[in-house]
Design a protein around this ligand. Structure first.
Ligand SMILES: Cc1cc2nc3c(=O)[nH]c(=O)nc-3n(C[C@H](O)[C@H](O)[C@H](O)COP(=O)(O)OP(=O)(O)OC[C@H]3O[C@@H](n4cnc5c(N)ncnc54)[C@H](O)[C@@H]3O)c2cc1C
Length: 385
């Protein structure tokens, strides 16, 4: 007779995808474990811009979550009202935002999300131990941790980011550099002419599929970074860390403002798997969310909102499959369809748009020129923003 595994759902990775998934499973009656290799608070290399849909998705789950998250991040957050965009030819366009969005260092933001999980769910939280290996039998799925502990569950949800062990073990995909970005970032203090409520995006003549950013993150600190398509990095043999330093010392819109700026730590880099490829997100007893599922917006590089939304969708399908006791590939494929409807179609469109803009720099300049007229700017912001 088959033994019942100790967990119904094992979530690997307690970043935005995993935390949102655990929150969305609150009150389900399911036995949920959430395991992360890091102990929180932990840093994550990121631009720290928390897209508006993140809070919206959490508020739909429970209105109090969004407010509680705002309260928890109060000391380490800046509300962003304006985005300042600079075209490769130096045309500047400013966009005022009505919807609330904020920047918050991931060290604090992810800890705040996990605090919601600790407060509002009965999830078993296992920190500081990495999943090394994942495999499955007919009845269950197993994950082996670094300390040799074996966790057994009926369903595993891979929220373990870009280098997902769950994905590599159960749904392997080759790296496609045309659908992958790499980016670096560093924190600075003492940047001049940089309002604390304005995020800046600088598009470059030399590297088209990518941009440089200067995002205020509160307390006079700025997250400064540069990212581009991995295929272009390989083609042009770009050293992103060197390129960022070069930009900060030579770019006409940055050099004078960074002359007296102080770096607060090293320049660090990480990968961004872009969305819109239609790759499989599920298989027998497994679902993937967030970066593990490659759901980053190819135009802006935003992935936190997609991680939260896919984590919530995964929780809905986990409930359904556990109730029906059906963990077959066909049953879990309904999750792929839900993600495709909610995010995939838009991500595919945005990927195509990114490719077109990268090939036609004149179109980028035309969009910036059009962006000077308020009506056209509103239309462009809706299309791209
Ligand atoms: C330089 C850079 C800038 C970015 N800027 C932005 C931005 O400004 N705004 C935005 O919205 N998005 C941005 N992104 C994308 C964003 O960081 C990701 O989309 C987001 O973090 C995805 O969340 P996630 O929960 O899927 O994965 P993650 O946040 O990566 O979380 C994964 C978790 O899994 C854990 N883990 C990994 N492997 C294991 C294992 N084997 N066992 C146990 N635990 C494991 C990790 O410790 C981590 O806590 C940026 C990315 C980069 C690289």
């Amino acid at each position: 007779m088959a033994t019942t595994p100790p967990y119904d759902v094992l979530i690997v990775g307690a970043g935005p995808a995993g935390a949102a998934c655990a929150l969305a499973l609150a009150g389900s009656g399911l036995r949920v474990a959430l395991v992360d290799k890091a102990r929180f608070p932990r840093d994550k290399v990121c631009g720290d811009a928390i897209p508006g849909p993140t809070l919206k998705a959490l508020a739909r789950l429970k209105p109090a979550y969004a407010q509680e998250l705002r309260n928890l991040t109060q000391a380490h957050r800046t509300d962003v009202r304006t985005s300042r965009l600079l075209s490769p030819a130096g045309v500047e366009v400013s966009v005022e935002w009505r919807a609330p969005a904020f920047n918050s260092p991931r060290l604090h933001f992810d800890e705040a999300l996990l605090t919601l999980v600790r407060r509002h769910t009965s999830t078993t939280l296992l920190e500081g131990d990495a999943v090394k290996k994942v495999w499955q039998t007919d009845e269950l799925v197993m994950a082996q941790l670094t300390d040799q502990t074996e966790l057994r569950a009926r369903l595993i949800i891979g929220c373990d980011g870009t280098h997902s062990v769950v994905g590599r073990s159960l749904l392997p995909q080759p790296l496609n550099r045309a659908r992958h970005c790499a980016a670096v970032r560093a924190y600075y203090r003492g940047v001049t002419d940089a309002p604390e409520t304005t995020s800046e995006f600088l598009f470059l003549r030399r590297y088209r599929a990518g941009y440089c950013w200067v995002f205020p993150v509160g307390g006079g600190v700025y997250n400064v970074g540069f990212g581009m398509l991995s295929a272009d990095i390989a083609r042009h043999k770009v050293d992103l860390k060197q390129e960022l330093q070069q930009l900060l010392t030579t770019h006409p819109a940055l050099a004078s403002r960074f002359r007296a700026a102080l770096p607060l730590g090293p320049v660090q880099g990480f990968g961004l798997p872009l969305g819109g490829s239609g790759r499989p997100l599920s298989g027998r007893r497994v679902l993937l969310c967030g970066d593990a599922a490659a759901l980053i917006d190819p135009l802006q590089g935003h992935g936190i909102d997609k991680a939260v939304i896919s984590g919530i969708l995964a929780a809905e399908h986990a409930r359904r499959c556990c109730e029906a006791q059906d963990f077959s590939r066909a049953s879990l494929a309904q999750y792929d369809q839900a993600v495709h409807r909610r995010l995939g179609r838009d991500l595919a469109r945005r990927y195509q748009l990114m490719r077109v803009l990268a090939r036609a720099p004149w179109l980028v300049e035309l969009a910036f020129a059009a962006g000077r007229w308020p009506r056209l700017r509103r239309w462009l912001v809706q299309a791209v923003g």
